[in-house]
Design a protein around this ligand. Sequence first.
Ligand SMILES: [Zn+2]
Ligand SMILES: [Zn+2]
Length: 340
Amino acid sequence: MVLKEYKKFAYEDVPVPAAGPGEVLVAVKACGICGSDVHGMDGSTGRRRPPIIMGHEAAGIISSVGSGVAGWAVGDRVTFDSTIYCGQCDYCRRGLINLCDHRRVLGVSCEDYRQNGAFAEYVAVPQHILYRLPIGLAFEHAALVEPFAIALHAIRRAPPTLNDTVVVMGAGMIGLALIQGLSQTGCGQLIAVDVVEERLQTATTCGATSVVNASTEDAVAAVLRHTQGPGADLAFEAVGVSATVDMVLRCLRKGGTATLVGNVAPRIEFPLQAAVTRELTICGSCASQGEYPACLDMLARGALRAAPLIGAVAPLAEGAEWFDRLYRKEPGLLKVVLKP
Ligand SMILES: [Zn+2]
Ligand SMILES: [Zn+2]
C-alpha cells in the first residue's frame, strides 16, 4: 500500500525488497496504523513524503535471511523495533538507542532519509532490531508492542513507588497503554483524564481507578479532590498541547514529577512559576529503549492486553479506507491493524 501523493494510496505490486547483509526479509502478518501515519499522510508533519510505504508497528514471519545473519532462521515469528538505530554512535554504545544520532524510523520519509515500512507483504529489516514472539502471542496483538514499549519507557523514566497517586492525561493509544502499564506497578489511585467519554470507559477497562472528563469538569480540581488536597505524585502527559501540559503541572503535588510523552505542538505556553516554586521534576520521554522483551512477555502473560485497544482488524487491501476513517476521527475508533 503505497502513499503515492498526500492523502492518496495505491494498492499495487512493487518489487519484493531484498534482505541485504545483516538483514532479514519478514513476511508481514499484521501492521498497526499509528497516529503518526494518520497525521503524516496529509503532509502536515513532513515525515511521510510520497512515495512511501508506511507502517512501523508490525509482526510477521522471517521468509529469508541475508548474508551474515546469525541466530535467526526462516520461519521464526518476530516483531521489530520501529526505529533502526545504528549501534555504533556514542548514544547507542551507552544503550540510549532511542537517542541514536543516525536513527531511522521504518515507514518514514523525511528530509534526511526514506525507509519503506510494513504496509506490504514483505519488509526488510536489520537483524539487530528483531525480537522473537512468545509462543501463543497472536500477530495482531504483537503488532501493538511498539505503543506499549513507548508507554513502558515513559514509566521507566519516572516510575511510581508503592501507592503513589498517578494521573494520565489523555486516553488515546499511548495513554491507555500507560494506564495498563502503570496498573502493574503498585501505584495507588490511577486517574485518567480525557474529553471523550468512550475513551474514559476504555481507560477504566485498562485499569484506571477513576476517570475525569475534562470537557465537563475542572480536571485539576477533580485531581485535588481525589487526593484530598495536595495533588498527584506523578503525572504522564500523553496529548502534547498547552492546555494539557498546564493541567498536568497544576494537578501535581509540590515536588511531584511530570513525564511528557505527547508532542503534538512544537511549542507550548508553560506555567513557569508553578513548576519552579513547587520544585516539579519534568522528564521528556521519546520512543523506547529496550522495553520490547518486557512488553512481549507482559502481552503473552496477559499483564498487558492488546485486545481492548484494537478497534478493527482488516485486510491491507482496505487500508486506504481505514486511513480515511481514522483521518476523519471516527468516534471510538482506536487502533486499526491491517493484514496483508
Ligand atoms: Zn507508532
Ligand atoms: Zn546510534
